[in-house]
Design a protein around this ligand. Structure first.
Ligand SMILES: NC(=O)c1ccc[n+]([C@@H]2O[C@H](COP(=O)([O-])OP(=O)(O)OC[C@H]3O[C@@H](n4cnc5c(N)ncnc54)[C@H](O)[C@@H]3O)[C@@H](O)[C@H]2O)c1
Length: 344
């Protein structure tokens, strides 16, 4: 049995990943470390974690900044997958304090423990983000694209990303950095665009699109990201240590076209789509180049945009109880440069 420590495993991607490896690897013991912030929930996890007979999944309620706890958990782990972060761009514009604390110093705490237990730890997979690149300067962005983070969230994640790289270079820890482009799928918090659009349709409320809706992102279905992280997890450390891997579909679509697709698939009228002021620090376009992970590990996305979106819509249709209690956290108020208060 190998022990895999998953930080942030009660959040959107983390919980999908726990479910993914729990189902596919009966020889893995999974430990989740999560502080259960507003973004995390026990109910996202695959089984009843209070079930005393389940030896394969255990949950630790705790903070990645807690050095003593992290030290204990890392000392008992073979593989670490570090998802825990404050993850919402708009909240980082409103108040960025906790972003640097969790995303940078939390990563430092984990990385320090990995250095201490490097004889035991086989692999440390750090989940970074495409946001570290800022707006695309080339047609498709590969891993060599300049890091030009445009929001406090992105800069905190860039700090963590380079921190992990420096620990690999200095202490020779078996670190791998994954830069996922935008994810969507079940269990995503309502503050993020796709669940916000879908639940607005379900409630027959206006769908708020930022600016003109021309900002474009490369979206990838969460299960495809899980398969990429799983491949990195299985890979020979010599092949992936010190490497950075984009995980992207290779295509971008505008937020406007996404709103139109959702309205169309849900049988609603386009007049539901409304436009609010542009979000400060907006990235104009992200298009990921996933050639490296394809070449090194043979990964490619399996779920098409249409299929992924349909699956996601179905999940929100069938899990109203899950999202209704999160409705109050769907928007964040920002004050724009000209003093206007806008709901984002
Ligand atoms: N969602 C995306 O589209 C996307 C894209 C690229 C990268 N990422 C990265 O993937 C990771 C997961 O993203 P997500 O969308 O699932 O985020 P999320 O906000 O849904 O989940 C984050 C989880 O981390 C936990 N957490 C927060 N602070 C913590 C702390 N101090 N200690 C322990 N746990 C803490 C939360 O309780 C939550 O369960 C993040 O690192 C994010 O930057 C996300």
């Amino acid at each position: 049995m190998k022990t895999v420590l998953v930080t942030g495993g009660a959040g959107f991607i983390g919980s999908n990943f726990v479910r993914y490896i729990y189902d596919r690897h009966p020889d893995y013991r999974i430990t989740v470390l999560d502080a259960l912030t507003y973004a995390g929930s026990i109910e996202n996890l695959p089984v009843n974690i209070n079930h005393q007979n389940d030896e394969r999944l255990s949950f630790w309620y705790g903070n990645v900044r807690n050095g003593e706890l992290v030290d204990t958990l890392v000392s008992q782990s073979d593989i670490i997958v570090h998802f825990a972060a404050e993850s919402h761009v708009t909240r980082s514009i409103y108040d960025n304090f906790i972003f640097f604390e969790t995303d940078v110093l939390g990563t430092q705490t984990i990385a320090n423990a990995v250095v201490k237990y490097r004889d035991r730890v086989e692999k440390f997979i750090h989940i970074s983000t495409s946001e570290v690149y800022g707006t695309a300067r080339s047609e498709a962005m590969d891993e060599e694209h300049a890091l030009m983070p445009m929001t406090p969230y992105a800069s905190a994640k860039a700090g963590a990303d380079r921190l992990v790289y420096s620990y690999w270079a200095t202490y020779e820890i078996p670190a791998v950095i994954i830069r996922p482009f935008n994810n969507y799928g079940p269990y995503q918090h309502l503050e993020k665009a796709i669940p916000r659009f879908i639940t607005s349709c379900l409630l027959d409320e206006p769908i708020r699109v930022h600016g003109t809706g021309s900002a474009a992102r490369d979206f990838i279905f969460v299960e495809d990201l899980c398969s990429a992280v799983d491949l990195v997890l299985q890979a020979d450390p010599g092949k992936v240590s010190g490497e950075v891997f984009n995980v992207a579909s290779g295509a971008h679509r505008s937020m406007n076209s996404i709103a139109i697709d959702i309205v169309g698939l849900m049988g609603k009228d386009k007049s539901l789509i409304t436009y609010v002021g542009e979000r400060p620090g907006q990235v104009i376009r992200h298009t990921g180049n996933p050639a490296k992970i394809k070449e090194v590990l043979g990964w490619q996305p399996k779920v098409s945009w249409e299929e992924g979106l349909q699956k996601t819509i179905r999940w929100y249709q069938e899990n109203r109880k899950w999202w209704e209690k999160r409705l109050w956290m769907r928007s964040v108020t920002l004050v724009t440069k000209n003093g206007e208060k806008l709901l984002y």
